[in-house]
Ligand binder design. Structure first.
Ligand code: ADP
Ligand code: ZN
Length: 534
């Protein structure tokens, strides 16, 4: 437990912890500001896009502050994985939620009191349990980090009533810990709610830019038939990549999944009509790289930590641009190039209006409130449609929606379908040529070769690609052995850096971003061997 007179940790201590546990040399600017504030004892509100590295903002302080860091998160199905990933990084974590067997719970709390853990994930509902309250009153809670903090707001789409009791829980503690609220999506209104309803005190507010430069954005209007063909061709053309295909209904999910399976892809599906067990299995298969594609409704994905998702394809229109950017943003969290496609049709627009006209309201919602809510939903949808049909830079458009201005360079942003003048036909040429009776069925490989060259940053050298694939295979087998998802061993970005730098020694390997002391000990030898295998 923290002694009363231990000196306050500094940002240099935090940097050392980052290097040791995560293998990164420095914080990103937003992370540094957040961590400085937390170390100084301030409350924080951090609005940072997916992939910006929010978890480091509380995981690193947890290793330094002494006492216990509580992380409130709605994602209970992920907690066990998160704790395992922390363990891989050499951080002592635990979790407390309804999936723990009742007889295990007191033991977890006893260990936490005995100082076994630096960090504990906890479901918001558990904060009201008398056992947990009694525990928290005795534990030295030094930081409460509220992940997915937008869940406290009824204006967001993920409202969780239990989030409304967090402020009261914090007040119930004998000594008020620092409070850090973190979220990836917050318009001004949601930010106000987060600040007020969580009871943040004079918080340091960090709003990072929403731009995700490694994401290529595209929006194509395609009829449902054509877009399914498009998806199949795309998946066939990317056999080594993992991706997500979002569809709007369960039926569509099943249909697309089946088409992909028929085309020989390894596929998992996920929607609300499946049992809990089926969904968990699907999610695990995806996270562990056992399947190539996840086809899902929007029920899938909040907080999916998988960093090596290389593409997200939306078949159909989400209800808002917030929802869309969140879904698309699940691609490329490791910072490596990734692609986001919105494939929409006129019929989708009608379907969305129909949904809004037929919302079922809870009892007691007055006709006036109903009208207001419908108007609000129509407004959100209008922005979504505006993006889909945009004739100006898609990146600039989505950033403007989140209140951020972007100067589009004269030659375009270089990474959206409007600026690059991309056409939807890329993955439809097989069909067209066949129809044109050229007498030969073009395999997808041919389709790719007739393409104009892709932007340089997007393509990797062939021998490098071969080595990268070998490292991936090694990563998968080590991950399976350790019972962790592959990205927990090393991210795609770290593997790419290994391929680029070709480290020869353990010291050189330690310089690769993402290789920390713990991982070096565990996996260093195996990767060095693979890198220099002839
Ligand atoms: P978020 O929760 O904001 O979506 P994560 O915490 O999952 O983001 O981090 C996204 C990725 O960025 C992870 O692969 C993580 O290891 C990496 N990352 C985090 N901090 C840094 C850093 N300072 N330097 C390099 N990579 C980082
Ligand atoms: Zn653009």
């Amino acid at each position: 437990m923290a002694g009363g007179c231990s000196p306050m940790p500094t940002i240099d201590d935090a940097r050392a912890s980052l290097a040791e546990h995560f293998g990164y040399q420095d914080f990103r600017p937003g992370q540094e500001r957040v961590i400085r504030a937390i170390l100084a004892g301030r409350d924080v509100m951090a609005v940072m896009p997916t992939g910006a590295g929010k978890s480091v903002c509380y995981q690193v302080p947890a290793t330094l502050l002494g006492g216990l860091t509580l992380v409130v998160s709605p994602l209970i199905s992920l907690m066990a994985d998160q704790v395992r990933a922390l363990k891989e990084a050499g951080i002592r974590g635990s979790f407390y939620n309804s999936t723990l067997k009742p007889h295990v719970r007191p033991e977890v709390l006893r260990r936490a009191l005995a100082g076994w853990y630096d960090l504990m994930y906890v479901a918001p509902e558990r904060l009201s349990d008398p056992e947990f309250r009694a525990f928290a009153a005795q534990a030295q809670v030094s930081l409460v980090a509220v992940d997915e903090a937008h869940c406290v707001s009824q204006w967001g789409q993920d409202f969780r009533p239990a989030y409304c009791h967090i402020a009261e829980f914090v007040d119930s503690l004998p000594r008020r810990p620092r409070l850090a609220a973190l979220t990836a999506t917050a318009t001004g209104r949601v930010q106000d709610d987060v600040r007020n309803l969580l009871g943040l005190r004079d918080p340091v507010v960090e709003v990072s830019g929403f731009d995700r430069p490694n994401l290529a954005l595209a929006s194509f209007e395609l009829t449902p038939k054509r877009r399914e063909l498009w998806v199949t061709n795309y998946v066939k053309a990317h056999p080594h990549d993992t991706g997500i295909v979002y569809a709007t209904t369960r039926k569509k999910v099943e249909q697309i999944a089946e088409e992909l399976r028929d085309a020989g892809a390894r596929v998992a599906a996920y929607h609300a009509g499946m049992s809990d067990v089926e969904r968990t299995l699907s999610q695990e298969a995806f996270v562990n790289d056992d399947v190539q594609v996840m086809v899902a409704t929007n029920a899938f994905g909040m907080g999916i930590d998988k960093s090596n998702v290389r593409y997200v394809i939306n078949c159909g229109l989400p209800q808002s641009l917030e929802e869309y950017y969140q879904e698309a943003g699940r691609a490329g969290r490791d910072g490596e190039p990734a692609e986001c496609y919105l494939l929409w049709s006129r019929g989708d627009i009608r379907t969305c209006h129909f949904f809004i006209d037929n919302i079922e309201f809870a009892e007691g919602v007055t006709p006036r409130e109903q009208r207001l809510l419908r108007e609000r939903r129509e407004h959100l949808l209008g922005e979504m449609i505006g993006y889909a049909m945009s004739t100006v830079c898609l990146r600039a458009r989505v950033l403007r929606y989140f209140g951020q201005r972007m100067e589009v360079p004269e030659g375009g942003c270089g990474g959206c379908s409007v600026c690059t003048g991309q056409t939807p036909d890329r993955y439809l040429r097989t069909e067209r040529r066949r129809a044109a009776g050229e007498g030969r069925v073009f395999g997808v490989g041919d389709v790719r070769r007739v393409e104009a060259p892709e932007p340089e940053a997007w393509v990797h050298d062939a021998p490098d690609e071969e080595l990268f694939q070998r490292l991936r295979v090694l990563r998968k087998s080590l991950a399976d052995e350790a019972h962790v998802p592959p990205y927990v061993v090393f991210s795609d970005r770290t593997l790419r850096a290994m391929v680029r730098n070709r480290p020869r020694t353990e010291e050189e390997l330690l310089e690769v971003p993402g290789v920390g002391q713990k991982k070096l000990e565990r996996y260093g030898a195996a990767f060095l061997e693979e890198l220099w295998r002839l």
